[in-house]
Design a protein around this ligand. Structure first.
Ligand SMILES: Cc1cc2nc3c(=O)[nH]c(=O)nc-3n(C[C@H](O)[C@H](O)[C@H](O)COP(=O)(O)OP(=O)(O)OC[C@H]3O[C@@H](n4cnc5c(N)ncnc54)[C@H](O)[C@@H]3O)c2cc1C
Length: 396
């Protein structure tokens, strides 16, 4: 296998995991990040077995066990009546079934453990405070233009190939696919509350999913059970989009005024919410060309209704590290793009489908509730075998 010099643009979860996976293959990796600090927003992340398996292979099992929580199951309720509709089994039985755990973790904790691993690897160079503003490609290399100090300094960086892990507003993506980003008229409101402040109904370790017409709420404990992460997805007017902006609690309460009393009490606790406008952009066409590849949200942002955006980025990292064992860079990246295309489409369609199911009204809602109530939690989990059973070695 040929060791290569690889530039990764963006040190989010996808970029950092790719750096670790490529370093493990013996490549020389430079991770370029425009931010100067790594203060991840206060929010949680679900890490399903298809993703935790990759991180375990990178030697992160012990660190994950220390930082993450293991919810025993997801309980699905009707948002207005609090009636239990069904459940999905997680915890020990899911770990046994798929050979890897389903974690929930504070984003900052995940980022810290990933960055600790990066700093311990001599083959990875982390450059912060550098924004990639342009990329040029020849038959044998790529050259990135890096700006720092608010554009006061420009450097050039040459590598054998570049990976754009630069998030949903990716600059590298524009090089491969210029179609614009589109908002989808929904926003995720996120907040953390101390667990001891939450009503009794929220003291268990379960993940809760509350389904209402046109909106839903998810919550789970993170930070070794000390905090509850809440995500509420509600419609928003197109044109009001933003990323990580402050949300007014009264707006959320008005939108979810029909919530059952215990949920309403939980939603009343946070003084401030951070709001993300959701985007549902088709995967880039192509995902890679020549010596440039895209990964994570840069390649395929998906709706968060299956909790798979970061998981897909982590899968991408494992696959690109494997395909780069091939001799020719363009052929290796082409193999990566072909392998990821079908998987990403399937996950994206499933996330969209979940959105429709979660937010259903009328007869569809009744049918959904009837189906769910007939299925055991173990059977519902089994419906996701294709997703959680994914392995990085090329098996489906
Ligand atoms: C409400 C919500 C809940 C979610 N829940 C889950 C979940 O439970 N599980 C899950 O798997 N996923 C979840 N996701 C999705 C997940 O958060 C994202 O898919 C994931 O974080 C994307 O990671 P990334 O590394 O691809 O991109 P990012 O995290 O966006 O990282 C991109 C990085 O690139 C840097 N950058 C950008 N441009 C440049 C440039 N030009 N030069 C240098 N650096 C640059 C940025 O500063 C950033 O650090 C959720 C998303 C939302 C909105």
């Amino acid at each position: 296998m040929t060791a290569r010099t690889i530039a990764i643009v963006g040190a989010g979860i996808g970029g950092i995991t790719a750096a670790l996976a490529l370093d493990a293959e013996g490549h020389s990796v430079t991770l370029i990040e425009r931010r100067t600090g790594f203060s991840e927003v206060g929010a949680g992340l679900q890490l399903s077995p298809n993703a935790s398996r990759v991180l375990a292979d990178l030697g992160l099992s012990a660190a994950l066990r220390r930082a993450a929580d293991l919810p025993p199951q997801v309980t699905v309720r009707d948002l207005a009546s609090a009636r239990t509709l069904g459940g999905v089994l997680l915890g020990a039985s899911l770990k046994e079934r798929f050979g890897a755990p389903y974690y929930v973790i504070h984003r900052a904790d995940l980022q810290t453990l990933l960055l600790d691993a990066v700093r311990s690897r001599a083959g990875i160079r982390l450059m912060v405070g550098r924004e990639v503003t342009a990329i040029a490609e020849t038959d044998t290399s790529v050259t990135l233009t890096l700006e720092s100090g608010h554009g006061s300094r420009t450097d050039m960086f040459e590598a054998d190939l570049a990976i754009g892990a630069d998030g949903v507003r990716s600059r590298l993506r524009q090089h491969l696919d210029a179609r614009p980003l589109q908002a989808c008229g929904q926003a995720a409101w996120r907040a953390l509350v101390p667990r001891e402040a939450a009503p009794e109904e929220f003291q268990s370790d379960e993940t809760g999913l509350w389904l209402g017409r046109g909106h839903h709420v998810v919550h789970y404990p993170i930070g070794r059970g000390q905090q509850i992460n809440i995500v509420a997805v509600i419609p928003e007017k197109l044109g009001s989009e933003g990323w990580g902006r402050l949300g007014e609690p009264a707006v959320l309460r008005a939108r979810l005024h029909g919530a059952a009393p215990p949920l309403a009490a939980l939603l009343a606790i946070p003084d401030s919410w951070l709001v993300w406008s959701l985007v549902d952009r088709p995967a880039a066409r192509p995902l890679a060309r020549g010596r440039i590849a895209l990964l994570g949200d840069a390649a395929h942002p998906i709706l968060p209704f299956l909790a798979q955006g970061a998981a897909l980025a982590i899968e991408d990292a494992a696959v690109i590290a494997r395909t780069l064992r091939q001799a020719e860079v363009p052929a290796a990246l082409d193999a990566y793009a072909r392998e990821r295309g079908a998987r990403v489409r399937r996950v994206r369609d499933a996330a969209r489908g979940n959105g429709r199911t979660y937010h259903a009204g009328g007869l569809t809602r009744l049918a959904r509730n009837a189906v769910m109530s007939r299925m055991t939690p173990a059977r519902l989990t089994e419906r996701y075998a294709w997703l959680y059973g994914w392995t990085p070695d090329g098996r489906p």
